[in-house]
Design a protein around this ligand. Structure first.
Ligand code: PLP
Length: 424
């Protein structure tokens, strides 16, 4: 598959933008080669600037559960756009979207809209600190919550060590307020709680991890997380990726979680920039203008983003069967991938929940970030480029989730599996 136009565009972009991209993974550093410049999408497919078509398993990193350019979503955004793009004033669609969020997450009483998942998690943590009067937070190794300073921290060595910065530019003092634990390690969590439970404002976690590749939480781990609330710690379920994806009520519904705060993004904005954090009234009333925790945004609650999100969520709510469909199609893809990889004699572990899926190239099980890192990244590169060159757009890193949309069909999965067979 030839991509001369993408190649030229990428060279040009690199002259003006660091790495030629607005977000690092798009540069294909983990897999090498030139990223296709995508210029059109419809349903399950995207087209690059050279006119090549791909079955899309990235879906803009998760938002497009209905597929690209869903006609009803596009129509409703257009209608709103014709009335004005932004006002920086209250707009009726904000409360409409908040009501849908509350139907999906019945424990949420108040919701605040922001522009990105990063803002949602950053604001939820500020709120947790303001509410509890404590300064430490806990996150898990390999979980990603956006690029706010205190969250760009990878594991320290062991449960009780301070975090070390994983990005240049994050001061140690700041990173030191983030305690990092291994995901799916209930004992490590219990130990930390016993030692320092009273100092911790919040635990933030991906209820099903997508950002280390897919990792599924164990029952025992989820139980240990909920015990943290006995120490007055707020539990923040970061549902930016899983919200409205694993079920209409996200991982919270699917796994029966009881978080104090949730963060949402991606599907919430239906392809435009919207995200949110929400929870019990008593906590959310600490947010300005009601309370002392400041958080604001010029474009927050933007009418176009509210319209795209509202249209998307209303379609999902009207079609509860979509989640069963995604489960069935996901199971088909999982079984097919395992079959092809077994036939070829390649080591693999496929982790999946619903429409989130990752193939790790290692013998399993893969439940922690450490285990995920055993994947054979050279083999992943072959897998990735083999698919790309045959018209399948898979996430360009092994430590990511691939997604399905309701626009994907059995024949798209069959096309993907055939491509893989030829590629390997
Ligand atoms: N939280 C989770 C679980 C995510 O997957 C992401 C993005 O992938 C974020 C937060 C950050 O969201 P955004 O990229 O919109 O800032």
């Amino acid at each position: 598959m030839e991509r001369p136009i993408s190649e030229r565009l990428f060279l040009e972009a690199q002259a003006h933008i660091p790495g030629g991209v607005s977000s690092p993974v798009r540069a294909f550093k983990a897999v090498g080669g030139t990223p296709p410049f995508l210029v059109r999408g419809e349903g399950a497919y995207v087209w690059d600037a050279d006119g090549n078509r791909y079955v899309d398993y990235v879906l803009s990193w998760g938002p497009l559960i209905l597929g690209h350019a869903h006609p009803e979503v596009v129509r409703r955004v257009k209608e709103v756009a014709e009335q004005g793009l932004t006002f920086g004033a209250p707009h009726p669609l904000e409360a409409e979207l908040a009501k849908v969020v509350k139907r999906a997450y019945p424990q949420v009483e108040l919701v605040r809209f922001v522009n990105s998942g990063t803002e949602a998690t950053m604001s939820a943590l500020r709120l947790a600190r303001g509410y509890t009067g404590r300064k430490y937070i806990v996150k898990f190794r390999g979980n990603y919550h956006g690029h706010a300073d205190g969250l760009l921290v990878e594991a320290g060595s062991g449960a009780l060590t301070f975090g070390v910065p994983s990005s240049a530019g994050v001061p140690e003092e700041y990173a030191g307020l983030t305690l990092v634990l291994e995901y799916n390690d209930p004992e490590g969590l219990r130990e930390l709680l016993r030692a320092r439970g009273e100092e911790i404002a919040a635990i933030i976690f991906e209820p099903v991890v997508g950002n280390a590749g897919v990792l599924i939480p164990t029952e025992e781990f989820l139980k240990a997380l909920h015990r943290a609330r006995e120490y007055g710690i707020l539990l923040i379920a970061d549902e930016v990726m899983t919200g409205f994806r694993l079920a209409f009520g996200g991982a919270t519904e699917r796994l029966g979680l009881k978080p104090d705060l949730i963060t949402l993004g991606k599907i919430l904005g239906g392809g435009l920039p919207a995200a949110a954090y929400g929870g019990r009234r008593e906590i959310m009333e600490e947010v300005a203008p009601l309370g002392p925790v400041y958080q604001a945004g010029t474009l927050s609650g933007n009418p176009l983003a509210m319209a795209a999100g509202l249209a998307t969520l209303e379609i999902l709510e009207r079609n509860p069967g979509y989640y069963g469909y995604l489960e069935t199609l996901g199971a088909r893809l999982e079984a097919g991938l395992k079959e092809v990889l077994s036939q070829k004699g390649l080591p693999h572990t496929v982790n999946r929940m619903g429409s989130m899926i990752t193939v790790f190239f290692t013998e399993g099980p893969v439940a922690t970030f450490q285990e995920a890192r055993r994947t054979d990244t050279e083999l992943f590169k072959r897998f990735f480029h083999g698919l790309l060159d045959r018209g399948v757009y898979w996430p360009p890193s092994n430590f990511e989730a691939a997604f399905l949309s309701v626009a994907h069909k059995e024949e798209d999965v069959a096309f993907t599996l055939e491509a893989l067979e030829k590629a390997l």
